[in-house]
Design a protein. Structure first.
Length: 276
């Protein structure tokens, strides 16, 4: 059933419910419009200033994690986007680094096809190529920058949706396999950037260290001033790089003020992408 058909069905259902009292009426209205909004949200596209992301065939939708990584990660001439999903991060990197050539790989075929469609409809089609491949099977010349929003759940229950499990659970790409691929595909003095949950940092950084990667930048992300950090933007270098100044190397940033407005930092890093 398409979105229009769903709307008609839900409205018809509402007007045919035998409502016994006003309290039940309010509950029914709330439930119907909640379901409708959730359905539309899951099937809709997401518009940015220079491109649009269609995501109805992707398990993982556009989210803050991907946007932050795409706006924060370091770039170069040749960039690899591991697990590119909708193609969001590839498109953001292409917009930020006009002279770059970007390769995205995606293990899920439908997500890969949708990423290719999103790229083809964008102004950055000449910069980006998307391949259907697992990292473990991907062969290429080395890249000077690699980015990823990796699957990170290790011990949680799997969902009924196998595509969502691939996108979210590290069973499809354990950290050890991820860093084996990064070590194989990243040039000396190249930079690898990722976004992960704060609680995954120890295991993630340990695997990086075992492959000879060293911390280059670290940004903790808080949703609001009173909440603890939930996400972490990390960059590792392969070999020695000029040191990043102390404040930039290890910082804490907040997305929203106590009043619910975007902070100055959040506005600044996403200014070229979000339609305000």
């Amino acid at each position: 059933m398409d979105c229009k058909g769903t709307n008609i069905f839900l409205i018809w259902t509402f007007y045919n419910i035998k409502i016994l009292n006003s309290a039940f009426c309010c509950s029914a209205v709330g439930a119907i419009f909640f379901l409708l909004s959730r359905y539309q949200d899951m099937s809709s596209s997401f518009k940015f200033k220079q491109f649009e992301i269609h995501q109805d065939h992707c398990a993982m939708k556009v989210g803050t994690d991907g946007v932050l990584l795409g706006a924060w990660a370091e770039g170069g001439q040749r960039i690899l986007d591991i697990g590119c999903g909708t193609g969001l991060i590839s498109l953001m990197m292409a917009q930020r680094f006009e002279d770059s050539k970007i390769t995205g790989i995606e293990i899920d075929r439908e997500a890969c096809l949708q990423a290719q469609e999103n790229i083809a409809a964008s102004p950055f089609i000449s910069q980006i190529k998307i391949f259907h491949s697992a990292l473990q099977n991907f062969q290429s010349n080395c890249f000077d920058c690699i980015v990823t929003n990796p699957p990170f759940f290790e011990n949680s229950l799997l969902s009924p949706d196998p595509k969502r499990d691939i996108a979210r659970h590290s069973t499809s790409l354990p950290f050890s396999a991820l860093f084996e691929g990064v070590d194989r595909l990243l040039i000396d003095k190249g930079v690898f950037s990722a976004v992960i949950p704060v609680e995954a940092e120890d295991g993630f950084s340990s695997e990086a260290y075992l492959k000879g990667l060293r911390p280059h930048r670290r940004t903790l992300i808080k949703t609001t001033p009173r909440k603890p950090p939930k996400r972490l933007l990390l960059a590792f270098s392969k070999g020695s790089l000029p040191p990043v100044d102390g404040e930039t190397f290890n910082e804490i940033q907040t997305l929203f003020t106590a009043e619910g407005k975007r902070t100055e930092w959040y506005q600044k890093v996403t200014a070229e992408f979000y339609i305000i």
